[in-house]
Design a protein around this ligand. Structure first.
Ligand code: 9G3
Length: 570
């Protein structure tokens, strides 16, 4: 492809709303353009990258026994009503009506469609297991689409669904996908980590996420280098702290103290001169129609996912200042578990604390020397907080660290949640009717492209890994007007193309500096420069995008040198 003929509109300035490097560089280098908030056009270079990612995904899905199909984007409401999910997702679903006023959604995912499809045509255990997948656009009306391709409202997903006879079969299908995903992310040259994950609203009981390691990732990962435990912070288990075990500090008498203007944990620390680990923080939630209180140590973050799973509720909303005032007649800064009129759930650490400070459920007052058991009895004492760096690993009790990641893959054991709700059954070997045992497995294809840029760039632009680079080689004649340079460039171009390589010839009448800058920005792995001086000695210059140095090679050697770099052998 000649640069002069390419649709590759680059930008000098980074649009101000592009916060992360992948968004900035994909825009600047002319890979994507915003069509609407969270909705992007993939320009030719991006589409080449996407096709390469899709092909790697496809190869590994096929190798694992998957069969590719393509389901509709337009999905009738009835199927979602059958599964009970039509009313679960609210405004996140793009909803539309046809001319007869019948309701539809733009597919956010395809559990309902595939379950219906398989139920219609699969009747016997002999037809199982079945692994079906597609690669397709998905639609989710995110409240805040952001970070370019990371959180779009339209995005490309590979979704595979497994159908098995029983849990053992599901285990086998799940492991196949686990292995296939590892192969995919290795082939994509990504630095990633597999972590235990919460299944969320989708249901089921085992789930792993594949996280590309990046500081800009939205997910927080808790990991242990001692034993390899790794989990999303949403899921990471916190152990009860045993450090104070055996200590039997005397329980001091509970006392109410006047604390005007004291609202935050910091205020309490300062005004009452207590360390933060001796303060209990109480948060009020509206949980499916009732108020409940959750208590964690002053310096801890409450983990809403743990609380939600514990309560088994659909809707969990924190009560704000005005709701707390209205319902409990007290400011949020004075909330506490002692004498509370609602159920209290206490974090494990609260049970270990002695003589702590908490709100008195009365404006301008706190309690000192509060103790769980003596002064209040919670509904439950459970792990409710977010894990932090330095916590004990729940597996080996070593110290955990934390890091950030971009979720590019997520696999779930669904069990029979969808097949039961949708009455999707088969006949087992004894002629018994049984629901399919299902799993679902997703890869964010467009997000994976962005994640790759997030991990592979420098101050000059993108550095595409060879397996997904839009083109592998760019040839830059220093002066396109000089016929001997252009002739050498064209000859090399033909030879490389003959070898099946994907090559750009920068034939533009631009200064060499401009062409080098664009080649760097675009991230093409290998650059061949043809300049007047080297050409006199029959030499050209080769540069790898990920190294600073250039080296000269004889022009007849150039093709085999490039092949070596790209590691393509006949
Ligand atoms: C919805 C909306 C948003 C959603 C869902 C449904 C997330 C929804 C979970 C999944 C799970 C798996 C197939 C491939 C692997 C992942 N957001 N999820 O079900 F209606 Cl609006 O999509 N799906």
């Amino acid at each position: 492809m000649k640069s002069s003929e390419m649709f590759n509109p680059t930008l000098r300035e980074v649009p101000s709303d592009a916060e992360i490097v992948s968004h900035q560089l994909l825009l600047r280098a002319g890979f994507i353009r915003k069509t609407s908030g969270g909705v992007y056009s993939y320009l030719p270079l991006a589409f080449r990258v996407l096709k390469k990612i899709m092909n790697i995904v496809r190869e590994e899905m096929d190798r694992a026994g998957g069969q590719e199909l393509l389901m509709p984007i337009i999905q009738p409401a009835e199927l979602w009503q059958e599964s009970g999910r039509w009313d679960v997702y609210g405004d996140e679903m793009f909803r539309l009506k046809d001319r007869h006023n019948r309701p539809f959604a733009l597919g956010p995912t395809h559990e309902e469609i595939i379950t219906t499809l398989v139920n219609q045509d699969v009747h016997s255990y002999r037809d199982l297991p079945l692994l079906l997948y597609q690669i397709q656009n998905k639609y989710r009306d995110e409240i805040r689409p952001r970070f370019g391709l990371m959180r779009g409202r339209e995005f490309i997903m590979k979704d595979l669904y497994s159908f098995d006879i029983d849990e053992d079969g599901l285990g086998i299908s799940y492991n196949k996908m686990y292995e296939a995903y590892n192969r995919i992310f290795q082939r994509l040259n990504l630095k990633y980590r597999v972590v235990e994950a919460d299944s969320g609203a989708i249901g089921g009981n085992e789930s792993h996420e594949f996280m590309v390691l990046a500081d800009t990732g939205e997910a927080e990962i808790v990991y242990c280098d001692n034993c390899n435990y790794a989990a999303n912070v949403e899921k990471a288990v916190c152990l009860a702290d045993k450090s104070s075990e055996g200590e039997s500090a005397a329980l001091e008498p509970l006392e109410k103290v006047y604390t005007p203007g004291v609202r935050t944990v910091e205020d309490v620390m300062r005004e009452l001169d207590v360390p933060v680990h001796n303060i209990a923080k109480t948060l009020i939630y509206w949980a499916d129609g009732q108020y409940i209180g959750a208590v964690v140590r002053g310096d801890r973050e409450l983990n809403e996912i743990k609380l939600k799973n514990l309560l088994g509720c659909n809707n969990l909303l924190i009560a704000d200042e005005s709701q707390v005032r209205q319902v409990l007649g007290v400011s949020v800064g004075s909330l506490g578990p002692v004498g509370a009129e609602f159920k209290i759930y206490a974090d494990l650490e609260i049970a270990e604390m002695k003589n702590f400070v908490c709100g008195a459920n009365e404006d301008s007052y706190h309690l000192i020397n509060a103790n769980l058991g003596r002064d209040f009895v919670p509904e439950m004492i459970v792990d409710l907080r977010n894990a932090v760096e330095g916590d004990r690993c729940p597996v080996c009790e070593g110290l955990v660290g934390t890091t950030r990641g971009i979720e590019v893959g997520h696999i779930f054991k669904l069990g029979t949640k969808y097949s039961q709700a949708m009455k999707a059954t088969f006949l087992d070997s004894a002629g018994q009717e049984r629901p399919f045992v299902m799993g679902c497995y997703g890869i964010g294809v467009s997000r994976t492209m962005a994640a790759s840029v997030e991990q592979n760039s420098d101050e000059d632009g993108i550095i595409w890994p060879i397996p997904i680079a839009p083109y592998q080689v760019i040839i830059v004649p220093v002066n396109a007007k000089k016929s001997e340079q252009m002739e050498a460039a064209c000859s090399l171009y033909e030879q490389l193309a003959e070898k099946g390589l994907e090559v750009i010839l920068d034939d533009r009448d631009e200064r060499a500096g401009v062409k080098f800058k664009d080649a760097d920005l675009t991230g093409i792995p290998v650059r061949i420069t043809i300049g007047p001086k080297a050409l006199q000695d029959n030499k050209v210059e080769i540069k790898k995008r990920w190294e600073k140095e250039v080296f000269l090679v004889a022009i007849e050697e150039a093709v085999s040198q490039v092949e070596d770099i790209l590691n393509i052998k006949e």
